[in-house]
Design a protein around this ligand. Structure first.
Ligand code: FDA
Length: 396
């Protein structure tokens, strides 16, 4: 016989957004997840220390079909509210760089904190639960689920879609939120991998591969803002924070502009050294500003006279221009296998920005990465999960 359970609220997904929502949705809330533990992406985030928010959480740091949509939730539950919660739980934290806040000890501190908050709120968590058919009769949702080898029917008045996006399928990412959104008539915008390394092929790949492991400060720009952070050469192409950021603004076939001298220090240094150290090779001086292997590769690509003193102004200008305006066309990206986030998702036009409720389906909500709101690298995606989860939890 199929067991039946009746609860006021079901949240699908015990990730960052789902747990935050459960902590505010009131007693009797049931959170369902097919994973064996909640918050698995929190656990591996930020190199195991979870970059849980950013001190500069401006709306500009979020990509969406409607750039204004995220503003309401982000201003009602801010980075300072989350930091306050972290401090109330006695979790030690630090700012790493660019306003990015990390746990001192482990990302598990954040998971434990959210579990505690959920328990205090009277929410229940069912793990290893497979979600089957979901239907709605106009007032109630009915879910068929399988748990511990048993089929069960759950009915609820409110249903929250919080199963995230498609990135890292190995960790249990699935398209469930998109599938259910479409089933209930909510449009889903085109999805693609974001915050993802670029891949190359042919001769450009061979050149990049030779530099695998080299990291250098750079300014990287695709079809959006320029990002000043580290760039990393890999065996498959280019990665590092600056590249991941730019990737969210890149479309197949487009070129990417890279400035390997973001401070503009190389040309003045070469000019000055030409007067004082003219007998030295250009590689020596260039190597003071770039990693030695990269300096060597740049000079192989744009040969200069052996001695700096023999270089003309034009020689130095050409070299500086190559450094500051290096253009590459990626063959693609590493895809959802390594992407930190999914761009696109449930169309914000179908949701109320204050409550995250579906406009046309009473009782249905969507939060977190499943929605078409994607943050930059640096704690912004978790802040969106906290803010949207809080907004829905309060509205419920
Ligand atoms: P999330 O993916 O966290 O949770 C979804 C939940 O739904 C999961 O528990 C999953 O098991 C469950 N689920 C999925 N399909 C299901 C199904 N069919 N049935 C049942 N359950 C299902 N962001 C940031 O701000 N700072 C950082 O440091 C990092 N670091 C980072 C590292 C790596 C490697 C990745 C991949 C991602 C990050 N991120 C990040 C991004 C961040 O992890 C992400 O934006 C949030 O986890 C999104 O939260 P959600 O709750 O929306 O989805």
């Amino acid at each position: 016989m199929t067991k039946s359970t009746r609860v006021p609220v079901v949240i699908l997904g015990a990730g960052a957004a789902g747990m935050m929502c459960a902590a505010h949705a009131g007693p009797g809330t049931l959170v369902l997840d097919h994973a064996k533990a909640p918050g698995e992406k929190i656990r591996i985030s930020g190199g195991g220390r979870c970059n849980f928010t950013n001190m500069q959480c401006d709306p500009e740091a979020f990509l969406s079909g409607n750039p204004h949509f995220a503003k309401s939730a982000l201003s009602r539950y801010t980075q300072w509210d989350f930091l306050d919660l972290v401090q109330r739980h006695g979790i030690p934290w630090h700012e790493k760089t660019l306003g990015q806040l990390f746990c001192d000890r482990s990302a598990r501190d954040i998971i434990d904190m959210l579990r505690t908050e959920m328990e205090r709120a009277g929410a229940e968590l069912w793990l290893r639960t497979e979600i089957g058919e979901v239907s709605h009769d106009g007032t109630q949702f009915r879910l068929q689920v399988e748990r511990e080898g048993r089929r069960q029917t759950i009915t609820c008045d409110r249903l929250v879609l919080a199963t995230g996006g498609l990135s890292i399928p190995k960790m249990g990412a699935s398209g469930l939120a998109y599938r259910l959104a479409r089933q209930f008539g909510l449009p889903v915008t085109e999805t693609r991998p974001g915050l993802v390394p670029f891949t190359f092929s042919g001769a450009p790949l061979e050149a990049l591969k030779a530099l695998a492991g080299v990291s250098t400060p750079a300014r990287v720009r695709a079809d959006g803002p320029a990002f000043d952070e580290a760039l990393l050469f890999t065996h498959r192409g280019l990665s590092g924070p600056a590249v991941l950021q730019a990737s969210s603004y890149w479309r197949e076939g487009q070129s990417v502009t890279i400035d390997l001298d973001p401070d503009g220090a190389v040309l003045p240094a070469l000019r000055a050294a030409r007067g004082t150290e003219g007998r030295r090779g250009p590689a020596t001086v260039l190597g003071r500003h770039l990693p030695a292997r990269l300096a060597q590769a740049v000079l192989e690509d744009a040969p200069l006279p052996a001695r700096l003193g023999d270089c003309s102004d034009r020689d130095l200008d050409v070299l500086a221009a190559r450094l500051s305006d290096w253009r590459v066309t990626p063959a693609g990206t590493e895809g959802y296998r390594t992407a930190e986030v999914t761009l696109g998702g449930i169309d914000t036009g179908a949701l109320d920005s204050k409550t995250m409720a579906a406009r046309d389906v009473p009782g249905l909500y969507a939060i977190g990465e499943a929605v078409d709101v994607t943050g930059w690298l640096g704690g912004y995606n978790f802040q969106w999960a906290w803010s949207s989860g809080w907004a829905a939890g309060h509205a419920i």
